[in-house]
Design a protein around this ligand. Structure first.
Ligand code: SAH
Ligand code: SF4
Ligand code: F3S
Length: 488
């Protein structure tokens, strides 16, 4: 019998990408195989995002096309998961009666059970209001099917306890929960044993990692087993009974795992970026010299209205400390334009700070009111879309200028890269990542497998990429190549 096939389309951030890997793992454990032709897949999963408005519009467009497909192929099963499902459950159900399963952010591990249930009962909607505190809540804790063999995401924290007034994430991802330190280190060891040499630690506010664990520890009576459970033997085995799983400690511990050569993380919140974290980045060779530090605005009035907890000056100080401490650091950021009440003067501050910060890369967004957030209620302070559009363009010019300058400054250097695969734009070229997380395209006479490490001379640069020539191959990937499963 031919195996049934699945295809997953992921919207949104790495958290969602990681959840998608987990859904893929569950579907494969249930006997499905990835569809070669995604349009012909038997099970289609849409893992959704609701961070900004266009994210929902894209989803409803895709659902419309799937409705026609399902009329032609009634066996097609559709699952909608993720943040938009968590947020818009009723609207989604109303607008998409053809969806078989709707599940949210806290019950991803139930995807296959719910699919089986829908075959018996018809469409199923199951959204949980909160995450379980047990391991199942953490996407990495269960089998995942990783798209890339040499690199893995590790979610160290779910949810967010901050109250940025524009942001929907706390309401769709729940309160902040950190995964116990010992479990994380053990997982990274398992990944390394499997041939993974690059990990990315994921959380909405990675710098506050461990805060909830330390609080939980304080409530416990003296109990060594519980200490080890929370902080891991690294931090309890020295007899000092020092319990403080902090992000800096975690960076040091995972960087020390044999076989792990690159450690990345996203996102650190500027208000919680501590000197220990900068020191851990500087001293652990495996931690990559790239920091994503979301600015959001350069105006103190807007930063206060956003509830960000820092001023522009404080942000620039932290940035200077990071650049002073970490050799050859690349910095990327997120900036929102047109937050309610943003005056011309506020926006000028953003331009100034962005120019001074000289970002390597900036993700710029137009403010999008999200129902349920504080900022969305300030309709009297919404900014005329034409003004916002013009500001957006000006900001883009400033951030592109620094990006180009930063990329051009790499010309003539030899960069250590990890090969990602054949370039999407030019089949003759390979795409790779530098330690600074820059994309570097280069030609190679022989095909190099994804995960290969090489050194490449940078010969040219654009605002978003570098290009160069292969100097030498440093190491072949250690992971086993996945043998494609034929659907026959
Ligand atoms: N936890 C991460 C951000 C996750 S959302 C952090 O704090 O760094 C990613 C980015 O989307 C944010 O940094 C912000 O710039 C943008 N964003 C979030 N909500 C938005 C909204 N309502 N309108 C426009 N941009 C938004
Ligand atoms: Fe949203 Fe702020 Fe939390 Fe980031 S830190 S997820 S922007 S509430
Ligand atoms: Fe989107 Fe949810 Fe991430 S709203 S940005 S997928 S946490």
């Amino acid at each position: 019998m031919t195996a049934r096939t699945y295809a997953i389309r992921t919207f949104g951030c790495q958290m969602n990408e990681h959840d998608s890997e987990r859904i893929a793992g569950l579907l494969e454990a249930d006997g499905l195989v990835p569809a070669v032709d995604t349009d012909a897949a038997d099970v289609v999963v849409l893992n959704t995002c609701c961070i900004r408005e266009n994210a929902d519009n894209k989803l409803y467009g895709t659902l419309g096309r799937l409705k026609t497909a399902k009329e032609e192929r009634p066996g097609l099963e559709i699952i909608v998961s993720g943040c938009l499902a968590q947020n818009d459950r009723e609207e989604l159900q109303r607008r998409a009666g053809h969806v078989d399963v709707i599940l949210g952010t806290h019950n991803v591990h139930r995807a296959v059970e719910l699919l089986h249930q829908s075959r018996e009962t018809g469409p199923v909607l199951e959204i949980w209001d909160e995450a379980l505190e047990e391991a199942e809540s953490f996407p990495s804790a269960l089998a995942v099917r990783r798209e890339i063999d040499y690199s893995a995401w590790v979610s160290i924290q779910i949810g967010c306890d901050n109250t940025c007034t524009y942001c929907i994430v706390p309401s769709v991802r729940g309160r902040e929960l950190s995964r116990p330190f010992g479990e994380l280190v053990a997982e990274v060891r398992r990944l390394a044993a499997d041939g993974v040499h690059e990990i990315t630690l994921l959380g909405q506010n990675v710098n506050s990692y461990g805060r909830d664990l330390t609080l939980a520890r304080r409530e416990l009576v003296d109990d060594t087993d519980a200490d080890i459970e929370i902080a891991g033997t690294e931090w309890t085995g020295d007899g000092s009974r020092r319990i403080r799983p902090l992000f800096a400690d975690l960076l040091t511990a995972v960087s020390s795992v044999e076989g792990i050569e690159r450690v990345r993380f996203t996102s650190p919140h500027p208000k919680d970026l501590r000197p220990e974290t900068i020191a851990a980045m500087a001293t652990n060779d495996a931690v990559c010299n790239h920091l994503h530090l979301p600015l959001q605005s350069g105006s103190d009035a807007i930063l206060t209205a956003m509830h960000r907890g820092y001023t522009a000056e404080r942000y620039l100080e932290k940035l200077a400390a990071a650049r002073a401490g970490i050799f050859d650091l690349a910095v990327s950021t997120d900036i929102i334009v047109g937050f309610p009440g943003e005056s011309d003067e506020d926006f000028e501050r953003t331009l100034e700070v962005a120019a001074e910060a000289e970002f390597d890369l900036a993700f710029t967004f137009i403010f999008s009111p999200r129902d349920g957030t504080v900022a969305a209620t300030h309709t009297d302070r919404f900014i005329d879309p034409e003004i916002v559009g013009a500001r957006y363009k000006r900001l883009h010019t400033v951030t592109e200028r620094s990006a180009l300058a930063k990329h051009r400054a790499r010309i003539g250097r030899v960069e250590e890269v990890v090969v990602e695969g054949v370039s999407r734009r030019n089949e003759q070229m390979l795409s790779s990542r530098t330690r600074q997380n820059k994309l570097l395209h280069f030609a190679s006479a022989s095909p190099l497998r994804p995960g290969t490490r090489a050194s490449v001379l940078v010969t040219d640069a654009g605002a978003h990429y570098l290009s160069g020539e292969l100097v030498e191959v440093l190491a072949a990937p250690r992971h086993r190549t996945r043998i494609p499963v034929s659907a026959g």
